[in-house]
Design a binder for this molecule. Sequence first.
Ligand code: AMP
Length: 187
Amino acid sequence: MRLIFFGPPGVGKGTQAERLADRVGVPHISTGAIFRAAMQAETPLGNEVKGFYDRGALVPDELTTAIVVEALADDAQKNGFILDGYPRNLSQAEALDAALAARQESIDRVIYLTAPDEEITKRMMARGRADDTEEVIANRLDIYREETTPVLEHYRSAGFVSEIDGVGELDDVAARVYDGATESAPS
Ligand code: AMP
C-alpha cells in the first residue's frame, strides 16, 4: 500500500495517518515530524529548516525531497508507506513520481481529508504547536491553497483520489479512511 495523505494543515492527517499505518502495518513518513525531531535535537538539518518552519513557509524542495527519498530507500518501506505532508507542491509530486518510477513503483491512492476552514483553524489553535499562531496559520493556509492544491489535481487526473470527510469522532473518521484506503484500485 503506497499512500499519500493529503489535506489542509490541521485537518488531522497526522493522527489518521498514524492510525492507518498501525492498522495496516506500513511505515508512516511525516516530513513535518522529521523536521520537528531534527529541530528538537538541534541537528544541522534542524537548524537549516527552522527559519522556514517557524514562519510557516515551505522548506526548500531539494532538501525535503532528499529526506523523503532517503526514507523510501529504507528496507522497511518495501511493503509500502504512508506519506503525510509530502508532496506539498507540483515539483515535489513530480520528484516523488520519478523516484518511485525508478523502482517500478507508483502511488496507489491519495487519501484527501477535508474539513471546513473554521474547523481546521479551531483545531490548530487548540493543538498549540509552535507554528500554530494566528499569523503563521494564515500563511500555511495560503501556501496550501496556492501551492499544494495543484498536487491534488495532479493525482486526480490519474483517478485515484479518495475524498474523506475529516469531521467527526476520531474512530469514525479512521473507519472512513480505512475504507477509502482499501477500496479496490481503479482499473
Ligand atoms: P506539517 O507537520 O505537515 O504541518 O508541516 C509543518 C511544517 O514543516 C510546514 O509548515 C513546513 O514548514 C514544513 N514542511 C513539512 N512538510 C513539508 C514539505 N513537503 N515541503 C516543504 N516544507 C514542509
